[in-house]
Design a protein around this ligand. Structure first.
Ligand code: FA5
Length: 348
């Protein structure tokens, strides 16, 4: 190819290149235009390579023209790239724009579990009466859970409240506590009378679940020990607690019951909140059996180092789930442990 032909190519490619660059609407278009017009395989580059075949004078003139054309194209590309980058940046900002005037999304807050609400409510009543809250361990030893409570190893009451024995090497004496009464023992061991405590917590029994029984449930235990404590104090306290929890018009009734750690022992019923003792679907016979109670057995006081000739006491233990069941009209205790959010949110 002679110099004139090459000059023609450089000029034509420059014009074609400038037009392509000007028409590039995106950075990708621009990239393609650059490859096409001045890329290694372009007509322009091929023409530039053949400059070598020209005479010195022609090569100088045509080479200069080639460089100028290439610079013009490259300059146009750089300019266009800058402009397109601005556009792309603005588009990105636009796409990412946050509308600060939109209302915020409120995070969903949790709420207390109904059993926690009820347990606190029960404990609150005792706090108002001047009781102190104590908590005992859920893994107890046989002595605190059974023996100190007047339930020796061969006592039939063990079968009524059989439990789960954790497999801890070398500690065959450990049991998951069957009732919060073990907290009585620990409290009496740790302090002299008078005692006014309430002890909430989880308990375990080898029990098959049904609508009113669970193998894991909660109790709140109450214990009072002092000089001159009588059954009248027990009944009076139960009345106050029942009225505080179920309403001022509630009545209580006591029936004989056996617990090895009290003498005498009583099962306590509360007149039904629904039918006021007439009998209905909730209670059956007008009364709701809620808790076990009694005068602390002298042997239990002695087991804890208290002088049973000088001190007497009463204790009772109530089921938190049973109370929650009555409070909320829940017909099956298992609902409290199924973690069904639709159920739980009702208590929020
Ligand atoms: C006791 O656990 C005695 N410690 C109560 C007591 C304390 C008596 C102090 C005397 C002095 P009982 O096994 O009845 O007693 O349980 C007490 C309450 O726990 C029951 O009235 C009931 O409300 C609840 N309860 C018992 N078993 C279950 C169960 N499997 N599931 C849910 N609640 C239960």
């Amino acid at each position: 190819m002679d110099a004139a032909e090459l000059l023609g190519i450089f000029e034509a490619e420059r014009d074609r290149g400038l037009a392509l660059v000007a028409g590039a609407a995106t950075l990708d278009d621009l990239e393609a235009a650059q490859v096409e017009v001045i890329g290694r395989k372009s007509a322009f580059s091929a023409a530039q390579k053949s400059l070598g075949g020209l005479s010195d004078e022609d090569r100088r003139v045509a080479g200069k023209a080639a460089n100028e054309a290439r610079q013009a194209i490259q300059g146009a590309i750089d300019e266009r790239r800058e402009a397109l980058q601005l556009v792309a940046g603005a588009a990105l900002l636009e796409a990412d724009r946050i509308d600060l005037t939109l209302p915020g999304r409120r995070p969903r807050t949790g709420s207390l579990h109904p059993l926690t609400i009820v347990e606190r409510e029960i404990v609150e009543v005792f706090l108002r009466l001047g009781f102190r809250v104590v908590e005992g361990p859920e893994i107890e030893d046989d002595w605190h859970n059974f023996q100190a409570l007047n339930i020796p190893p061969d006592h039939p009451a063990r079968t009524m409240k059989d439990t789960i024995y954790p497999a801890i090497p070398g500690r065959a004496d450990l049991v998951l506590r069957t009732e919060t009464s073990a907290a009585q023992i620990r409290t009496m061991q740790s302090q002299p009378p008078p005692v006014h405590i309430v002890s909430p917590g989880r308990v375990y029994r080898r029990e098959t679940s049904d609508a009113t029984h669970l193998p894991v449930f909660h109790q709140v235990e109450c214990l009072v020990v002092d000089e001159g404590i009588t059954f009248a104090h027990l009944k009076g306290t139960l009345e106050i607690v029942a009225k505080a929890l179920f309403g001022q018009s509630r009545r209580i009734r006591l029936g004989p019951a056996y617990f090895p750690f009290v003498e005498p022992g009583a099962e306590v019923g509360v007149s039904c909140f629904k039918c006021d003792g007439a009998g209905c679907r909730v209670c059956g016979n007008g009364w709701i059996e809620l808790l076990g109670s009694g005068m602390v057995h002298p042997q239990v006081l002695e087991n804890c180092g208290y002088d049973s000739e000088r001190y007497t006491g009463f204790a009772f233990g109530m089921g938190v789930e049973r109370f929650a069941m009555l409070r909320y009209g829940v017909t099956d205790l298992r609902a409290f442990f199924e973690n069904d959010l639709a159920f739980l949110r009702q208590f929020a």
